[in-house]
Design a protein around this ligand. Structure first.
Ligand code: PLP
Length: 448
């Protein structure tokens, strides 16, 4: 096989152990993507599909953006790599300043990582480092939330709350982590936007403080909207309550905005949308429009200052970093993305398109096999009715939709829908029409 057609159809599927994939099933009947442009993807059968999940929430600006390609190419030709320890390059500082203009409150200090998982690991470590710097090494406990997804490293799955991601690795989890309950209640079925009820669930954090001592807890981490589990929208007042309880006990509040960041909710960040400012915030995915891996941890000035002040001049203040922390090629992509955000007024575009998308999403409610729908901004989750065993309906429905020409991710039995912000109303219509066709075909296949 020549390098020109390498991605089209490989000679062997055996050697690649695929992530989050039923490898045996896939390899019997592979689904390969060979090209992407704008809102469309091309499969190895030459069929066109519409991208209904922006990759994995990665590409809100569409595929194949010329401005990003050009910026990355230029960067590679000028400075392809600069090691990031004890030296730097201008771009990463410029990017940090530009991100700081968008991040809420005093979240003005950016630590670069490689992806969302490493952003979460870094946030956890920064929380510990902050408390130690303040003389509170006893604060080592973390609080996560059921059904939360924070990536796949050990710290991430320890604070995460999606059972299948944890079970196999239960023996090696971080010690001292507790979980508050998730926020989805039976009465939230088919509720669009923020549910009216359920803010009391934030009191679980108060209960954990009572049981373990709030003074022993380093941080509480949540996604403003739980994305990977299928858009669990926070009840009204819930995030404010979490903030109040954290303040009362000196606990840091971490918002994992790997999905909700950069416009997905209709505001720049979930923090802006819900009017609650965390102490630490993670970003990844859309930061580079998904084309080069990058994660960012935004920290409040007081956290940075405490860690700086705890070390003498000349000492490394935080023994943490990655070979690929803020490397030129990722920074170039992220700077180009910042330009597009501004030029195309992208956050307003997402906000204006969101009601149309939500209306389309909830129009699928009449389908027999659809058990529930949740949505907010430019994200939504469609729960499929259980089909003999968990996960089967999600996978079968995903395949039927793939055949119908609409691409997204299914997590368990939930279809994860998150259109690109560059979509026009006709693209939203196409996504919804093709979802209807795919889900209907899935239903028919079940009856045959
Ligand atoms: N945090 C959240 C909220 C996510 O949704 C994800 C990935 O989907 C991650 C962290 C992990 O990101 P990555 O897969 O880039 O490591």
């Amino acid at each position: 096989m020549s390098s020109e057609n390498r991605t089209a159809v490989p000679n062997s599927l055996n050697e690649h152990w695929m992530p989050f994939t039923s490898n045996k099933d896939f390899k019997e009947n592979p689904r390969l993507i060979t090209a992407a442009k704008g809102v469309y993807l091309t499969t190895h059968h030459g069929k066109t599909q519409i991208d209904a999940s922006s990759g994995l929430f990665c590409n809100p600006l569409g595929h194949g953006r010329r401005e990003i390609t050009e910026a990355v190419t230029k960067q590679l030709e000028t400075l392809d790599y600069a090691q990031p320890f004890q030296q730097g390059f201008g771009g990463s500082f410029e990017l940090a300043s530009r991100i700081a203009k968008h991040t809420p409150g005093d979240l003005n200090k950016m630590f670069y990582t490689i992806c969302g998982s490493t952003a979460v690991e870094t946030a956890i470590k920064i929380a510990v480092a902050y408390h130690r710097a303040k003389g509170h090494g006893e604060r080592y406990r973390f609080v996560g939330r059921e059904r939360g997804y924070h990536g796949m490293n050990i710290g991430c799955i320890s604070v995460g709350g999606m059972v299948n991601n944890i079970k196999t690795f239960a023996s090696v989890l971080m010690p001292g982590v507790q979980h508050i309950r998730h926020t989805h209640l039976p009465e939230h079925k088919f509720v669009s936007g923020q549910p009216e009820t359920g803010d009391y669930l934030a009191n679980d954090l108060e209960t954990i403080c009572a049981n373990f001592g709030g003074e022993n807890i380093a941080a509480c981490i949540v996604e403003p909207i739980a994305g990977s589990t299928g858009t669990l929208v926070p009840p009204k007042g819930y995030l404010n309550k979490l903030r109040e309880i954290c303040d009362k006990h000196g606990i840091l509040l971490i918002f994992d905005e790997v999905i909700t960041g950069w416009g997905r909710t209709g505001s720049k960040f979930g923090a802006d949308e819900f009017g609650v400012i965390p102490d630490i915030m993670t970003m990844a995915k859309a930061t580079t429009n998904g084309v080069v891996p990058m994660g960012v941890v935004a920290c409040n000035d007081f956290i940075y200052d405490a860690v700086m002040d705890a070390s003498p001049k000349g000492a490394v203040e935080l023994f943490h970093g990655y070979t690929y922390s803020g490397i030129p090629v990722a920074v170039a992509a992220a700077l180009a993305v910042q330009d597009i955000f501004e030029k195309d007024d992208i956050f307003n575009r997402a906000k204006n398109l969101a009601p149309y998308f939500q209306k389309g999403l909830f129009s699928l409610q009449d389908l027999e096999s659809v058990d529930n729908i949740r949505g907010y901004g430019m994200m939504g989750g469609i729960d499929m009715r259980l089909n003999t065993k968990p996960g089967k309906a999600g996978l079968e429905c995903f395949k039927a939709c793939y055949e119908a020409g609409v691409n997204f991710k299914a997590t368990g039995d939930c279809l994860i829908i998150a259109p690109q912000f560059i979509c026009e109303e006709k693209h939203i219509d196409e996504i919804i029409d093709k979802l209807r066709t795919g889900i209907t075909n899935y239903q028919k296949n079940q009856k045959n």
